[in-house]
Design a protein around this ligand. Structure first.
Ligand SMILES: [Fe+2]
Length: 282
């Protein structure tokens, strides 16, 4: 597989580890954390199966323990196990999950690890999008943004539900923030520029997520059948309605919006500094 990839050195982060060190090294990521383990002279990168931030029965009766046992315990675990096997010995071994996703999206011509890598990220994000105390209505800046960009909270809910219901086959629906700076470099931006600096609703097939377009995901719903079949059988619209009414953690979505806005502001400042530096050197 490595022969099919051309990655810059910024993707490779395993240099500098001491030989023979038995340790776990973690570095902070924008949306997740990943540990690089080194045991003896063998270096291998290992993604862990991250548990949901609540017990498996905590979402009942809205989402059953049995669904969590299969969805998290079998499907999510399978993506982690498969990716760890796929990455060993490749040039992707040792880089952050988000970088694996961006590198292997490959302008939509997916490289082999993409689906497992993106599904790990999507599921971590999904479990943290819901809560035993979820549902209701957001407040504060998030509500103001939703009202500004969709007309009303109710209009946003309708658009999100529609995207989730109409995703053909397996996939995801997202609320995301679309910044004006588009430097993903590895994907064709699917949305027009008049949607810059706005919240948008977008759906994606299979494992694709908005990171590949350089958008900031804020909320997602998994509409693969494995997410709802045990509780709802084929009634996807009922699952989506219950998700919006009882499960969405608006606290998580608000925190993500705050983090996204801070990150975007920092990127803009960095861009300005770079521009000034270029002008000074000219
Ligand atoms: Fe899933």
């Amino acid at each position: 597989m490595s022969a099919t990839l051309s990655l810059s050195s910024t993707f490779i982060s395993r240099h500098g580890l001491d030989e023979g060190l038995k340790s776990v090294r973690c570095s902070p990521r924008r949306y997740n954390e990943r540990c690089v383990r080194k045991v003896g002279a063998l270096v291998t990168a290992k993604f862990d199966l991250k548990p949901p931030p609540y017990p498996l029965d905590a979402l009942e009766p809205n989402m059953s323990k049995k669904t969590l046992e299969y969805h998290w315990g079998k499907h999510h675990r399978g993506y982690v196990d498969n990716l760890n096997k796929q990455l060993v010995g490749t040039e992707l071994d040792g880089i952050a999950l988000e970088d694996v996703i961006r590198a292997t999206y490959n302008k939509g011509d997916l490289l082999p690890p993409f689906n497992n890598a993106a599904q790990i990220w999507n599921h971590d994000f999904f479990w943290e999008s819901i809560s035993p105390d979820g549902g209701g209505k957001p407040s504060g800046e998030l509500l103001r943004f939703l009202e500004r960009d969709f007309g009303s909270f109710e209009a946003f809910v309708q658009q999100f539900k529609s995207a989730a219901a109409t995703q053909f086959g397996s996939g995801w629906a997202w609320l995301a923030y679309k910044p004006s700076r588009l430097d993903a470099g590895n994907a064709i931006n699917p949305r027009p520029s008049e949607e810059d600096k706005k919240l948008i609703v977008v759906k994606s097939p299979n494992a694709v997520n908005p990171l590949v377009w350089d958008y900031y995901p804020l909320l997602t719903i998994d509409v693969w059948e494995h997410a709802y079949y045990l509780d709802f059988q084929n009634r996807r619209p009922d699952y989506i309605s219950l998700f919006m009414e009882k499960l969405v953690s608006w606290e998580s979505v608000s925190n993500r919006l705050e983090t996204a806005m801070a990150d975007i502001a920092e990127r803009e400042r960095a861009g300005e500094r770079k521009k000034e530096q270029v002008e000074e050197e000219a």
